[in-house]
Design a protein around this ligand. Structure first.
Ligand code: 3HC
Length: 347
């Protein structure tokens, strides 16, 4: 099953133990032996995923200052913060494989690692925030729930929390679109226009068709992925079609129809030329997204330096007077707990 070429008897035994553990659905943990190809493929996928989370903050943050009510603004801010958190869990999970966050960010900034194609499209109206929640987060959940059963423990555990938060994201988008769809004629038209623009790019999020997917077969054999790109895409279409009907919005595909024999919705051909162009950097917003990301990284240098200096100071204090440092840390934690109680009492 696993494409490794063990050289010694010991390597062969380790590879056999790894294969048996994966086949028995046991989790692989950071200190376990694993084939280098497995490690590299996980780093590749997890990095792509982490980068998507943090680049994904940009199109939505575009609307925070223009949200139409305080409630919508609070929801959107929470959602954008969640995406930053998802990036953090995923970079941390990738670090357990021996890759530093600096290295991964450097690869993102220099174009050597990818992020999801979907975030290279612009958010033109407020309804786009709803369409992203419903379609983009809906597609992400469909793709990511099976990752909670990924063979690599830290990735699988990170995905449990991420999926819970993504569910909230999806529902807020659906609720926002429903409000627009049932609103004035102009609001309904704005919702429809957003769905028209986000539908096809959302289907592309699942990756190329199975016969063009370079990694699927091996990733499924290693139980990193549990389903193929096309299987998950079909699952998403089957969920989205009845939801669009409940929303009172149409999907921009005249070929969508229920296929009794297959027990699935048929849908039209995806423009894969567009997908590969976006991956090559030629989407409508690729340049803007990566420029903004590099700028944010440079402007955040002082925060990273301050955090590193603080950690160093703490480590030094601990080395010089461990008992006092522990007491100080406990006092800090106590003060935090008091502040929180005070805050809760005020609320
Ligand atoms: N956008 C950009 N690149 C994509 C892509 C997409 N939609 N789909 C595939 N690719 C890339 C792959 O990364 C791979 O390139 P690489 O060799 O440089 O890594 C190449 O196209 C070939 O694709 P494969 O099908 O062989 O690749 P995978 O087996 O890795 O499958 C995947 C692609 C389904 C995206 C898989 O990597 C995956 O499930 N990743 C985890 C989930 C993820 O990354 N989601 C990002 C979505 S957005 C998000 O999560 C944020 C949320 O807030 C919405």
């Amino acid at each position: 099953m696993v494409a490794v070429t063990p050289e010694t008897g010991q390597d062969r035994a380790l590879a056999a133990a790894f294969e048996a553990a994966v086949a028995a659905d046991e989790r692989v943990e950071p200190r376990d032996w694993m084939p280098e190809e497995y490690r590299a493929s996980l780093v590749r996928q997890m990095a792509q995923h982490a980068h998507s989370e943090i680049i994904g903050m940009q199109p939505e943050a575009n609307w925070i200052t223009r949200a139409p009510s305080l409630r919508r603004k609070a929801i959107l801010m929470a959602k954008v913060q969640d995406e930053a958190g998802h990036g953090l869990y995923l970079y941390s999970a990738a670090e357990t494989l021996g890759t530093s966050r600096d290295e991964l960010l450097d690869k993102l900034h220099s174009g050597r690692q990818k992020y999801s194609s979907i975030f290279n499209y612009p958010t033109l109206t407020w309804a786009d925030v709803g369409a992203i929640g419903w379609l983009v987060d809906g597609a992400a959940i469909t793709n990511q729930v099976p990752l909670c059963r990924c063979s690599y423990g830290p990735y699988a555990r990170a995905m449990v929390r991420i999926c819970k938060e993504e569910s909230f994201h999806q529902r807020q988008g659906y609720e926002l679109l429903l409000a627009l769809s049932k609103g004035t004629e102009a609001q309904h038209a704005m919702a429809q226009d957003a769905v028209d623009r986000w539908w096809w790019p959302s289907l592309m999020m699942f990756g190329p068709p199975d016969d063009e997917s370079a990694h699927s077969a091996q990733s499924m054999a290693w139980r990193i992925k549990r389903h193929s790109n096309d299987e998950l895409r079909q699952r998403f279409v089957d969920i989205a079609v009845p939801q669009s009907e409940a929303l009172g919005l149409t999907l921009p595909d005249p070929d969508i129809r229920w296929n009794e024999e297959r027990g699935h919705y048929d849908f039209g051909a995806i423009d894969w030329t567009e997908f590969w162009e976006v991956l090559k950097g030629n989407g409508p917003c690729n340049e803007q997204r990566i420029t903004q990301r590099r700028r944010a990284h440079e402007e955040g240098a002082w925060v990273r330096e301050a955090a590193a200096a603080h950690a160093e100071k703490q480590a030094r204090a601990h080395a010089e007077a461990p008992a006092q440092a522990d007491a100080d840390a406990a006092a800090d934690a106590d003060a935090d707990a008091h502040a929180q109680q005070h805050e809760e009492a005020r609320v």
